[in-house]
Design a protein around this ligand. Structure first.
Ligand SMILES: Nc1ncnc2c1ncn2[C@@H]1O[C@H](COP(=O)(O)OP(=O)(O)OP(=O)(O)O)[C@@H](O)[C@H]1O
Ligand SMILES: [Mg+2]
Length: 339
């Protein structure tokens, strides 16, 4: 059996700690949760957990829970019997049966309906379920790895995610650090994706990045994490035409253009000199009692994000935009978890 696995790159201390945690958790037959911002590599990590487990030569199934409507998700996961719903011709095995003896990766698990969560809890606890529209109990042995970029304990507190399922899934939680929290990995990854792209374009060598380009990439805060870095690097390389000089042009925003259509937001700021209409003020004042500190902090964070964006995530430019010193800006960014 051929196992094709994308290489996982990174050597920052935070990333190596995670790799250690993965190696320790992989062989245990317990459900796991992988948490992290978008594009941090959760799917790669789930695959690594599978291939480092004793189930490595058994099926590895992946399923994105957000991609399907509630009822479809249930039949996709658990299968269905003939006549389970209109158009259900014949019976069909679901992902749990397909993953028997192997692992099932449930991406965006936080979007699952309560009914599906209940069924999922039972499979995890007792290894059994019924197909949609069926009465026979089916037994499987599947290791579930869930992933999400939402705060599951908060979702559970808000009644949107089952506490018991969360407790069960959270046997161990692997939290993938965002790229801005492991700056040491930025250039290693950029180099890796750069070389791959250069090979794809049939360049004879990969000239690397100029000092300015390197600095810009190290300074950027990468909201889309590794996926965004990969795109930025690939775009920079294909825009460079040839591989003779180090890459110096990095465009973080492909939408950036003088002809970009203006955003169509219904709540546009009223023009100066015009009396704001009732309920149209910006920022809106909270109704009734409110947490003053939390409101002020949220506003501060919005201003910082705005300044960063306006200055293409160049922190020195953002600091001067806000009339702060570079250190003051870094301090504020740290406080708001924007570093
Ligand atoms: N450490 C890494 N080394 C190499 N490639 C990586 C690494 N982390 C992520 N990638 C690449 O970045 C892209 C995004 O990774 P992945 O799909 O696993 O992210 P994700 O966390 O599941 O994102 P999302 O929350 O948006 O689903 C993929 O192309 C993946 O191969
Ligand atoms: Mg994913």
């Amino acid at each position: 059996m051929e196992i094709r696995q994308d290489q996982i790159i990174g050597s920052s201390p935070a990333f190596l700690d995670l790799m250690d945690q993965i190696s320790r958790a992989a062989p245990l037959d317990r459900p796991l949760l992988v948490i992290g911002e978008r594009g941090t590599g959760k799917e790669l990590i789930a695959a690594r957990l599978h291939y480092l487990s004793n189930r490595w030569n058994q099926p590895f199934q992946k399923m994105n829970c957000a991609a399907l409507a509630e009822t479809l998700l249930e039949s996709e996961l658990f299968g269905y019997e003939q006549g389970a719903f209109t158009g259900a011709r014949g019976r069909r095995a679901g992902r749990f049966e397909a993953a028997d003896e192997g692992s099932l990766f449930l991406d965006e698990i936080g979007t699952m309906s309560m009914a599906a969560q209940e069924k999922l809890l039972r499979v995890i606890e007792y290894g059994e379920f019924e197909r949609v529209g069926g009465n026979d109990t089916i037994e499987v042995d599947v290791r579930v790895v869930g992933a999400t970029n939402i705060d599951l304990p908060a979702a559970a507190a808000a009644g949107e995610f089952r506490h018991d399922l969360l407790d069960r899934l959270a046997f161990d939680v692997l939290t993938v650090p965002p790229l801005r929290a492991r700056r040491e990995d930025i250039m290693t990854l950029a180099d890796h994706f750069g070389r791959k792209m250069a090979r794809e374009l049939e360049w004879l060598t990969f000239p690397g990045f100029s000092e300015i380009a390197t600095e810009a990439m190290l300074d950027y805060h990468w909201p889309g994490n590794v996926r965004e870095l990969k795109n930025v690097v690939e775009r920079a390389i294909y825009c460079a035409w040839d591989g003779e000089r180090p890459i110096c042009n990095i465009n973080f925003d492909p939408f950036d253009s003088p002809y970009r259509p203006a955003a169509q937001t219904p709540k546009s700021t009223p023009p100066v000199n015009e009396e704001p209409r009732q309920g149209d003020q910006k920022p809106a004042l909270p109704k009734g009692r409110f947490d003053f500190r939390a409101e002020v902090a949220a506003h501060e964070k919005r201003l910082l994000e705005h300044a960063l964006k306006e200055n293409r995530f160049n922190q020195r430019a953002a600091a001067s935009h806000l009339e702060l010193s570079y250190d003051q800006l870094r301090h504020a960014l740290k406080k708001h978890n924007l570093l």
